[in-house]
Design a protein around this ligand. Sequence first.
Ligand code: HEM
Length: 300
Amino acid sequence: MRKKVWERALGSRALELYEPRVRVKVELLMSKIVAAEGSPINVTKYFMYFSFDVMADTQLTGFSKDFCMLESTSYHPAIQGIHRTMSFIGILSTVPWLIYMVGSIPGLTTYNLFSRWCRDEVNEKRKTLVMDTVKEPQDIMSWLLKAPPSKRAVEEDARLLLIAGSDTSAGVLTNALYLLASNPHCYRKLQAKVQEQFPGGISQWTYEAAKAIPYIDHIIHETMRLRPIVPGGMPRTVPPQGILIDGQFIPGGTIATVPTYTIQRDERYWEDPLRAVGVSGETFGDDGDEDGVESDCAAV
Ligand code: HEM
């Protein structure tokens, strides 16, 4: 039931509904970049401001507050709290029990600030949501509150949603921009394709029209292959009976993971792994074809 609700909240029909709200943030981000007038700006921070603002947007998630980081061009204290905690998780993630131990010492991590923010917003949303009269939810949180889970579960969902959708997207945007900037001919090719699709300028942008430019997908896929957002993979506990992975028996209870970064640069699977020439094994541009990324693109 919960899975179904998640799928509907993030399905293509719902995404169409959210698009105009994302567009407002895209335009704000662009105006901030334009306002820099050629002076250097820290785009990593700007992409973080953008993605967290999109996820916390009053209309998109249904929270009553937005972080307004793009407006203030500074971190909201709750987000600063997560990022400080993440460096700590990065160091301690190989010793998970230590994370729980250290995390439960009051005042030692700043994650609580973010948790409190999410809890208050979920409570606020609960109060304003009149379940019976809402036929089709207009935001993600209304969907999630439709399948009443425990209070704790929905607060966990709120935290998951904000972090899963923000840090990841900001990281991909930063990496894509880095790879494009290091490969100006790819950047120019992308620019030409966007201009061809939107001859009246970027103000005509729609998701539907942008979707019809396969080169954008190639750039995103190759960015995520070369610089995956979760480079160490997602750990999973092997079921009690154990499993066979590639001929090797892994006993039950073992924590197993596929190291994404290493696999996605492994010469056994990629012809020229450090160059952006293919995705999912299919070569799409080593001859510089119509929609491909040239073979010398995005070397790292
Ligand atoms: C380029 C952007 C993104 C990347 C690279 C990314 C990557 C990931 C990864 C690696 C996982 C873990 C999967 C696993 O444990 O098997 C995940 C889970 C998840 N992501 Fe994303 N994500 C992105 C964008 C988003 C956005 C925009 C949202 C929400 C609007 C989102 C919501 C979620 C949720 C809810 C989960 C948990 C799913 C589950 O446990 O069943 N993600 N994502």
